[in-house]
Design a protein around this ligand. Structure first.
Ligand code: ZN
Length: 116
């Protein structure tokens, strides 16, 4: 259900953006979802399909999702490696890695049309 509330906040952002840009319909919404963000993309798409029928503004919108690979950075030697989970040790010096990317979740772009 985590994805449902995330999708609700995405729709809130989309609504605000469409109001300030005077858009009558939204045609596409692009989200960036890091692989370490803990967000399940299938559940997110499911939530979108369920919620969009309640909102005429986004009824025809397409949901685009850009996935970002996880990235870890060594706290000691600054080595950067791709990671798929937290809790990783540096392959070079064995020290703990910190997440340097792939934990993001945000609305990247919204496109829509004005009336007339
Ligand atoms: Zn290291």
């Amino acid at each position: 259900m985590h994805e449902f509330s995330l999708m609700e906040s995405v729709i809130r952002i989309v609504k605000e953006a469409s109001e300030s840009n005077r858009l009558a319909r939204i045609t596409s919404i692009t989200l960036v979802v890091g692989k370490l963000s803990g967000v399940n993309i299938e559940a997110l798409r499911f939530a979108f399909e369920a919620l969009k029928n309640e909102e005429s503004l986004i009824q025809e919108a397409v949901l685009e999702i850009e996935e970002k690979e996880g990235q870890g950075k060594c706290s000691v030697c600054d080595k950067i490696v791709p990671v798929w989970h937290y809790d990783l040790l540096c392959p070079d010096c064995g020290m703990p890695m910190q997440v340097a990317g792939g934990d993001e979740f945000y609305v990247k772009s919204i496109t829509g049309e004005r009336d007339g």
